[in-house]
Write a protein that binds this ligand. Structure first.
Ligand code: 4GX
Length: 248
């Protein structure tokens, strides 16, 4: 997958993309990331990339001619152009999964009051990373790259881990434990030491459901449940007295 990032601040991406899993994905050529400095497409002597808004008002607007040249410069291979903005579709794992199937993404990072509206025909999709206001689109672009990259086959060491985690199944993750067995009087749950793999799997699923119910009940509303999940939820919601304390 190729990702081009159009930005006024390419240096902001240096450490996030030159460390850890993203760096390894680039080394392995599973992912090609290019940062493109928008200022390089300004033509006047001051290299101006923004200007005063028509009609007046505070702040500056990014220039449509400069931005369109920047976008077209990376379109020798057509790519999906995404503008990071609070007005976009809120980013979800579903959107991330769809973006991960693209061969070429072009992420446009805006600053100031945003971009000239006439750039919109060149933009395929507007995405927001959440309902809050950032100083620019760069951190949003990093979030998109990070979430998409880990779904590219070969990027995570263990192929199962991207699917087993949070949200992949629409549920939060079950709790994890590692050594020592006892820390400040807190024991690792006995179930995990039992060696009964089928029961451990069920126990984890039940705790995923319980945790989602307590922390993110909104995630449970529009979800399809299989037979096992219905049973586990029923157990969670209607534990009868005599069943308390029994292994469940
Ligand atoms: N999720 N920002 C975009 C410029 C801007 C201002 C107004 C359109 C209209 C953001 C977010 C975000 C800050 C990026 C403002 N664009 N990006 N920028 N939330 O807050 O992605």
């Amino acid at each position: 997958m190729r990702i081009d990032i159009l930005t006024l601040f390419p240096d902001m991406f240096l450490s996030p993309f030159n460390e850890s899993i993203i760096e390894r994905a680039r080394q392995k050529q599973l992912l090609e990331i290019n940062t493109v400095n928008i200022r390089g497409f300004a033509r006047d002597k001051h290299q101006q990339v923004d200007d005063y808004p028509y009609g007046g008002g505070a702040g500056m607007v990014m220039k449509v001619d400069v931005l369109s040249r920047a976008i077209r410069s990376v379109q020798e291979v057509p790519g999906r152009v995404i503008y990071l903005s609070p007005q976009g579709q809120p980013l979800t794992q579903e959107i991330v999964t769809r973006l991960a199937t693209e061969e070429h993404l072009i992420l446009l990072c805006g600053h100031y009051e945003g971009i000239d509206e006439r750039l919109m025909p060149l933009i395929d999709e507007e995405i927001s990373i959440g309902d809050y206001v950032l100083t620019g689109g760069e951190i949003g672009a990093m979030v998109v790259v990070d979430a998409v990259a880990r779904l590219i086959p070969g990027v995570l060491g263990d192929e199962r881990s991207s699917q087993e985690e949070s949200f992949a199944g629409g549920l939060l993750e079950y709790p994890h434990y590692t050594r020592p067995r006892c820390f400040e009087e807190m024991e690792v749950p006995a179930m995990l030491l039992s060696g009964h793999h089928a029961e451990i799997r069920r126990w984890r699923k039940k705790l995923s459901l319980l945790r989602t119910l307590l922390k993110r009940p909104d995630l449970l509303l529009h979800r399809d449940y299989d037979q096992e999940e219905r049973l586990l939820l029923e157990q969670i919601l209607f534990v009868r007295e005599k069943e308390k304390g029994e292994k469940s």
